[in-house]
Design a protein. Structure first.
Length: 190
């Protein structure tokens, strides 16, 4: 099987990312608490490598109770469920920063297919299940090729392509494109 970035690189990047982002995380936590009721961290069961479930961590960007646990209703631009602080966090994907904890725990990698909900995995074809052959990632080939701006089936095809072609060079290319996307905000919403 092809390999992406080594686990040591994931750990180093996640630790460095958390260190650098800690002031942003503190500001985000304060903004979340000042603008809405509820916890700062949103936890959701996702499916990881080989179909193993894990708890994904994100900064909460929606009103408390706006997304019934496990449903995963798509968030569209201008969605009224998103809080004022949540709009800013989503615009720059800062809500995903706690995913770095998932990387440190070994649930995720820096680069790989985004982890999905169990209900979505249950609908996968055998070919689509191939995306579960690798650890899910904070960013991936589908994210840098359209993200939420492309149909779900196409995103899965990008993920399967990644599984077949992954390499440290491809992972570095994805990371570079991710940074450019975060700066531009392109493809954040469908």
């Amino acid at each position: 099987m092809r390999r992406g970035l080594p686990r040591t690189a994931d750990i180093a990047l996640a630790a460095l990312g958390l260190l650098v982002a800690s002031p942003l995380l503190l500001i985000a936590a304060i903004a979340i608490k000042l603008t809405s009721r509820g916890p700062v961290i949103y936890r959701q069961k996702r499916i990881g490598k080989d179909g193993v479930p894990f708890e994904l961590y994100k900064l909460r960007t929606m009103r408390l109770g706006a997304d019934p646990v496990g449903v995963g209703t798509p968030v569209l631009e201008g969605d009224p469920r998103v809080t004022a602080a949540g709009r800013v966090l989503r615009r720059f994907s800062l809500d995903e920063l706690p995913n770095l904890v998932n990387v440190l725990r070994g649930d995720m990698a820096i680069v790989g297919p985004r982890p999905t909900l169990e209900a979505q995995v249950e609908l996968y074809t055998p070919r689509q299940r191939r995306r579960l052959e690798v650890k899910p990632g904070i960013t991936g080939w589908a994210q840098v090729n359209g993200r939420a701006g492309i149909p779900w089936e196409e995103r899965i095809e990008f993920d399967v392509w990644y599984v077949d072609h992954r390499s440290p060079a491809l992972d570095l290319r994805i990371l570079g494109r991710t940074l450019r996307m975060l700066a531009s905000g392109h493809g954040l919403y469908g």
